[in-house]
Design a protein around this ligand. Sequence first.
Ligand code: ADP
Ligand code: ADP
Length: 215
Amino acid sequence: MNILIFGPNGSGKGTQGALVKEKYKLDHIESGAIFRKHIGGGTELGKKAKEYIDRGELVPDDVTIAMVRDRLQQPDTKNGALLDGFPRTPAQAEALGEMLSQLGAEVNGVPLISVPDEELVNRLSGRWTCRARGHVFHEKFNPPQKPGVCDFDQSELYQRDDDRAETVRTRISVYWNQTAPLIDYYRKCGKLVEIDGNQPIECVTRDLLAALQSE
Ligand code: ADP
Ligand code: ADP
């Protein structure tokens, strides 16, 4: 089963993805997290991606598609993938369809987590991310037990540079201009399931699992 978890920045894709991947034993492939790993490691790809990420823009399609192709060829599980943050443009969606069909697979379901824009700004500006493995918390909505420390692996929590208010607004407008057209693309394929993301984390998880069960 290959699931594409879809929604604007801050809608809860990473939070929900971490819970769903456990249940279905899916390989969680997060394009943003792979970029951040390259940036941390100082690779050429990381240097190229950083200038776009810092501005809140999308990394060019050729770079992103090559990176995900490489990652998809090394799946951690045979149960399938949970794609989070990819695709973000029509060209990426087309490339994903081709990559999966070469592996004898396809996109099976696209849950869209919808959240109003003002709420996204509140979520992203209070997000704290774990340095070691990218677990996410929120200072008000999902606080860690101990401020600044990850509940799961005790690593340091930090605020991403691109979660500053002005960059957040750019990212949300990039979502509406460049990524949201994919909603119609997947709706036309009959794969889209809409989930109300503007409710507590456990209610979103309940609705998401119910939607996936009917896949
Ligand atoms: P968020 O969790 O806030 O949605 P991500 O961690 O998924 O953000 O992505 C962070 C940044 O990495 C994006 O703003 C963009 O610059 C870059 N990025 C991630 N995925 C893609 C993609 N599929 N195409 C282009 N750029 C991407
Ligand atoms: P995305 O991966 O879509 O960018 P995240 O999962 O990183 O989104 O969530 C963004 C922020 O919002 C995090 O700080 C997270 O703790 C918080 N969050 C996630 N889901 C909810 C929710 N249902 N209600 C309130 N806050 C949430």
